[in-house]
Design a protein around this ligand. Structure first.
Ligand SMILES: NC(=O)c1ccc[n+]([C@@H]2O[C@H](COP(=O)([O-])OP(=O)(O)OC[C@H]3O[C@@H](n4cnc5c(N)ncnc54)[C@H](OP(=O)(O)O)[C@@H]3O)[C@@H](O)[C@H]2O)c1
Length: 178
C-alpha cells in the first residue's frame, strides 16, 4: 500500500520526470520513504522533510537534502517541480508556494485549500493496481528499494500493538499465520 501510494502520487498524478526536483514531506515515514526511493530511482532530485529525528532515516532512504520542519526554514527551499505532501494543513499551504509555475502538489492528507499560484493541487486516495504492485514488489526483490517495516506482531497481539502509544516507526505488520 505505501509503495502504491507513493507510485501513484509521483507518477500517475505528479507526472514526475527524470531531472526534476521533488519535495517529499514525511520522508522518514512509511509512504514518504517509499516516495523518496521511487523518485530517486526515476532520476529526480529529492528533498525530504520531517522532524529532526527523521533526518538520518530520510537520508538513508536516499533523500539528497533534508529539511527539519521544526527548525529549518521551508521557505529557503528553491522551487520544485513537485511537492508530495503527507501532512496537509499549514505545511501544505507553505509548500504550495514552492511549486514552480506549471508544477504540481499532490497530497494524500485529504482535501486542501492549498494551491500553487500557477500550478495545480491533486488530492487522491490510493487505488488497487496489480501491474504497479508487481513492479514495486519486483524492485523490492531486486534490492532496488526497501520496505520500511517497524514492528511485526501476531494476530493475537494486533489490537495491543495498534493501541500502544510508543509504536515503532515504520509499517506495522500483522502476521496472520505462523
Ligand atoms: N490518501 C491515501 O491514499 C493515503 C494512503 C496512505 C496513507 N495516507 C495518509 O498519509 C499520512 C502518512 O502516512 P504514513 O503511513 O506515511 O505515516 P507515517 O509513517 O507516520 O509518516 C509520517 C511522517 O511524517 C512525520 N511527521 C508527522 N507530523 C509531522 C510534523 N508536524 N512535522 C514534521 N514531520 C512530521 C512523521 O514523523 P514522526 O513519526 O516522528 O511523527 C513521519 O516520519 C497518514 O495520514 C495516512 O493516513 C493516505
Amino acid at each position: 500500500m505505501p509503495g502504491l501510494t507513493a507510485w501513484q502520487g509521483l507518477f500517475d498524478h505528479g507526472k514526475l520526470q527524470s531531472g526534476q526536483r521533488v519535495l517529499i514531506h514525511g520522508a522518514a515515514g512509511v509512504v514518504g520513504s517509499m516516495a523518496v526511493q521511487l523518485a530517486r530511482e526515476a532520476g529526480a532530485y529529492v528533498i525530504g522533510t520531517g522532524r529532526a529525528s527523521g533526518r538520518r532515516t530520510a537520508l538513508d532512504f536516499g533523500a539528497q537534502e533534508f529539511i527539519d520542519l521544526e527548525n529549518d526554514s521551508l521557505e529557503d527551499v528553491d522551487a520544485v517541480d513537485l511537492v508530495f505532501d503527507v501532512l496537509g494543513g499549514e505545511v501544505a499551504e507553505r509548500s504550495a508556494r514552492l511549486v514552480r509555475p506549471g508544477g504540481t502538489m499532490v497530497t494524500i492528507a485529504g482535501p486542501t485549500e492549498a494551491h500553487p499560484i500557477d500550478g495545480k493541487t491533486i488530492d487522491f486516495i490510493v487505488v488497487p493496481d496489480r501491474p504497479q504492485l508487481i513492479e514495486i514488489v519486483q524492485k523490492v526483490r531486486e534490492g532496488k528499494i526497501r520496505t520500511n517495516i517497524g514492528e511485526v506482531a501476531t494476530l493475537d497481539d494486533a489490537v495491543a500493538v495498534f493501541n500502544k502509544t510508543d509504536r515503532a516507526k515504520g509499517k506495522t505488520i500483522i502476521r496472520v499465520r505462523s
